[in-house]
Design a protein around this ligand. Structure first.
Ligand code: UN1
Length: 499
């Protein structure tokens, strides 16, 4: 396809620049196949230059008072608000999700800007009493240095803000390598950071493949922290490689999130939650619901009510406000999603609706998949265990709350769960026994708010959390300062029996 689409550049040390090779890669609209732009096909040399710029900017940025760093983030929040509609349209064009959702994605970035802007006047450490007289102790947070942010395509603005804003307010500098499917949204965000007054080199963006740019960042001795969101396979690789130089690594990876529907649930309410969590964002959220664990007493009724609602969902270009479900991100994800329909059938699950690539009319130009429902899924099937990251939902039948919770927890992932019940005692049991990072009572599995810790257990993460105060922990190192003002040597951890 010939095109006049614009060519974009990396931003390194405050300057826009192309890849040294002059090579580019195209960015496509997944709904139409149209080329949106050409981005630098960068490699190790661009990644190294970006780390050098970030390393040199760190020496000054760490000394800018945190409230001033926070003020820049407030201005970023104002600019994101001003450009929200334009950013949302850009994001829908390159990522595919519907406008209402891309507006929500930008809004998460705005929320994070104001939240982390406020942290500029908090960044709480603490002081507690010390053991010896005429002595004090205070625990403070230090920035760590250069942070590499490797970000996915499903939340092209929100997720970069979850990583960059806490890193920046704490005094670190950043190199971001965004997903190659959604480079333009990340570039717009970086433009806004500089429009808000960020000093040159504090954030650098390098476009290109994980295999070259990502690898160079992982192995660079001056990268102190790697914050990664993406597939479990890539996350494991990041952890192993970064461990060799003892970098701090924060990982957000897969999910196999479940909605539990008990026999006393408000079924209509549950159906709304299931539809939105499973098929919103075309199932491409790490928090998306891909399992419904339903009590046998209400299974038949739930499926009967759910199926017509699924079949009414309108597929199409996310720029059309009447569309419910946009395309999936690219051809290889479409193939992967479709392969799970084959896997499910071969495993003996019942395909109730969907299960095919959508090729009707205009849909043939993009990567569309019919919203899919499988029933009679057993908890040990691949359909119920593996992350599909698409609009495919599996119904698993159980006989009790105990079995429902056991099935929920029997997953190599542990991000988000939901339970529908009217019984406060069952709610309390779920709160105690469900082993996911996030639990919703009587709503779906998506929609985590930025002021709380975000992340999950087991294969979903590596023990860190993003967002909220917990999100600051990833980007700061504790420092404890003891001041002895007694004027004499006071020996600590010596028996002080004479006192
Ligand atoms: C993701 O899918 O990677 O909780 C993030 C949610 C959103 C974030 C999803 N706030 O669904």
């Amino acid at each position: 396809m010939t095109t006049t689409a614009k060519e974009f550049q990396n931003h390194i040390g405050g300057k826009w620049q192309s890849a040294q090779s002059g090579k580019t890669f195209p960015n496509h609209n997944p709904a139409t196949g149209e080329i949106i732009g050409h981005f630098p096909l960068s490699g190790k040399s661009e990644a190294d230059a970006a780390v050098a710029a970030a390393r040199s900017a760190f020496d000054k940025w760490r000394l800018v008072p945190a409230p001033k760093r926070g003020e820049i983030l407030y201005r970023v929040g104002e600019l994101l608000t001003r450009y929200k509609e334009d950013l949302a349209r850009t994001m829908t064009r390159e990522m595919g999700k519907v406008l209402k959702e891309t507006r929500g994605d930008v809004q998460e970035g705005i929320d994070m800007a104001y939240y982390m802007g406020g942290e500029g006047r908090r960044l709480f450490g603490y002081t507690v009493p010390v053991e010896l007289p005429n002595k004090s102790g205070v625990a403070t947070r230090d920035p760590i240095g250069v942070v590499a942010c490797i970000t996915p395509w499903n939340f092209p603005i929100a997720i970069p803000t979850w990583k960059m804003f806490p890193a920046l307010v704490a005094g670190n500098t950043v190199v971001i390598k965004p997903a190659s499917d959604t480079p333009l949204s990340a570039l717009r965000l970086v433009e806004i950071l500089y429009e808000a007054g960020l000093p040159d080199g504090v954030v650098n963006i390098v476009f290109g493949p994980g295999g070259t740019v990502g690898e160079a960042l992982l192995h660079h001795p001056d990268v102190a922290v790697v914050s990664f969101t993406g597939s479990t396979e890539s996350g494991r690789h990041v952890a192993i490689e970064a461990a060799k130089s003892l970098k701090r690594v924060s990982l957000e990876m897969g999910g196999k999130n479940a909605v539990i529907v008990l026999d006393d649930a408000d079924l209509d309410l549950a159906i709304e939650g299931i539809l939105w969590s499973a098929y919103g964002t075309t199932g491409q959220r790490c928090t998306a619901c891909s399992r419904v664990i339903v009590h046998s007493a209400v299974r038949k009724q739930l499926i009967e009510k759910l199926v017509p609602r699924i079949e009414q969902l309108r597929l199409g270009n996310g720029l059309d406000e009447t569309v419910d479900v946009g395309p999936v991100i690219n051809a290889s994800q479409l193939d992967k999603i479709h392969s799970y329909t084959g896997i499910g059938k071969a495993e003996g699950a019942t395909l109730v609706t969907g299960g095919s690539i959508a090729r009707e009319g205009e849909l043939a130009r993009g990567h569309f998949y019919h919203p899919t429902l499988f029933a009679d899924v057993r908890p040990d099937m691949r359909l119920a265990q593996e992350e599909i990251f698409g609009p495919t939902l599996s119904v698993i039948e159980v006989a009790s709350i105990e079995e429902a919770i056991a099935v929920n927890n029997d997953s190599k992932f542990g991000l988000s769960s939901a339970i529908y019940t009217q019984d406060i005692n069952r709610v309390q049991r779920a709160m105690r026994d469900i082993t996911s990072g996030i639990l919703y009572i009587n709503s779906g599995t998506t929609g985590a708010e930025i002021q709380f810790p975000f992340g999950g257990n087991r294969g979903t993460g590596n023990g860190h959390r993003e967002a909220g105060i917990a999100g600051i922990d990833v980007f700061t190192e504790w420092k404890v300062v003891y001041t002895d003002y007694s004027g004499k040597l006071q020996k600590a951890q010596i028996d002080q029996s004479e006192l």
